[in-house]
Structures are given as C-alpha cells and as structure tokens.
Design a protein around this ligand. Structure first.
Ligand code: FES
Length: 207
C-alpha cells in the first residue's frame, strides 16, 4: 500500500483570481486562450479553467459524457460543464504523457489550430512537448497520443446566487506530481484502489 498522508476527501475550493477575488463564472472570456491556472487539490498541481464556445464566440454547452482511459479500457463519467451556459470546465494542466504543463499544454480555441499528428486541429488541448491532444468538450478525452490517459477533470460547482465557482473533486486517472510514467505504479496514483470516480480518501497533503 502506498503511504497516505491523508485528508479525508477532496477539499471544496472557491476559485479566485490572482488578486484573491472570486472568479465570476459570467466573466470568464469565452474561448479565452489566456487560461486561468489554479492549484487543486494540492498546491503544486495546476489546472486550467475554460469557458468553451463555438467559432462565433457563443457559449457551447458541454454535456455529460463517458470518458475512456485507453491505457486500461476503464471509463468514468464526466459530469459536463457548469455555469449559466453550462460551458465552463476545468482540467489538470499536467499532460498525462510526461507531465508538461502550460504553456506547452494549452487550449486551442475555435480557429486557432494546433499541429497534431492528425493534422491541424482546433478546439483541443494540445501538448507541444510530444504531441498529445485532448478534447476539452468531451471530458478531456484522448484525441491523439502519445498519452494513454485523458486529462483529469476538476469537478466544478457553480453558485447561481453569487456566480462563483468551486472545485469539489477530481475525476480521471489522476497522477500526483510529475506523472513521468506510461505505466503508473500504485504509489503515484491518488486512487490506487482503481476507483476512477474520485473516491476518498486521497493520498497526499492539502496545503
Ligand atoms: Fe505532453 Fe509528452 S508531455 S505529450
């Protein structure tokens, strides 16, 4: 068993901007390539916050979807976008291949194309380190390798009274710290029981 410096579950984190002010869901730029980065659930784990839209800049509702992990064939349920238009999503900013982060791992909104092994593609999260591509409209699913794992998603809650956003847990094949493995071992995974629903307790410390 891996050591557990344990907290009893995922923290509920109010998302704030660089000045410490709560991020209002309605104020996140749609298709903004300037992604907000926030650490969760550990202080050294960055995530990207995106408000997804179509090519005309209108919000695109992100429906719930089943995400498959190519590495194992397992799957888990992504709950979809939140906010007034259900278009706000958040994903780990650690590439699940070898751990590159922003700006190598970044969102390419409609009309801004990444060069992928499948040709130029927009509406993806692409990692320029080795070419992994993920679909932010479908729960962070793998579009192209070499990654064999989707981007873990931050499950968000939106308070319709305050327009504020909370991170409440992560789902997916979450690897703590720098992933660095195509074949992760138990002590690098926060859910070594294989529970991909973000079950608790998680390993690690909350700071
Ligand atoms: Fe992102 Fe290799 S670290 S593709």
């Amino acid at each position: 068993m891996p050591p557990e410096v344990s907290i009893s579950g995922f923290p509920r984190l109010l998302l704030v901007d660089e000045n410490g002010n709560p991020i209002k869901a309605s104020s996140i730029p749609i298709n903004g390539k300037q992604i907000a980065l926030f650490p969760y659930p550990l202080s050294n784990e960055p995530n990207m916050l995106l408000a997804l839209g179509d090519s005309s800049g209108s919000p695109v509702e992100v429906p719930p979807t089943t995400v498959v992990v190519p590495q194992t064939g397992a799957s888990y349920e992504f709950p979809g976008g939140v906010g007034p238009n259900k278009n706000i999503v958040a994903y780990s900013a650690l590439c699940q291949h070898l751990g590159c982060t922003f700006p190598e791992l970044t969102f390419y909104p409609p009309g801004v194309k990444a060069i992928t092994v499948n040709g130029p593609m927009d509406k993806v999260i692409h990692c320029s380190c080795h070419g992994s591509t993920f679909d932010p409209y479908k729960g962070g699913a793998v579009v192209t390798g070499p990654t064999v794992r989707p981007l873990p998603a931050v499950v968000l809650e939106w308070d319709s009274n305050t327009d504020e956003l909370y991170a409440v847990k992560m789902i997916g094949p979450v690897i703590y710290g720098h992933p660095g493995f195509n074949t992760p071992t138990n002590n690098t995974i926060n859910n070594p029981t294989g529970d991909l629903t973000g079950g608790s307790p998680i390993s690690g410390t909350s700071t």
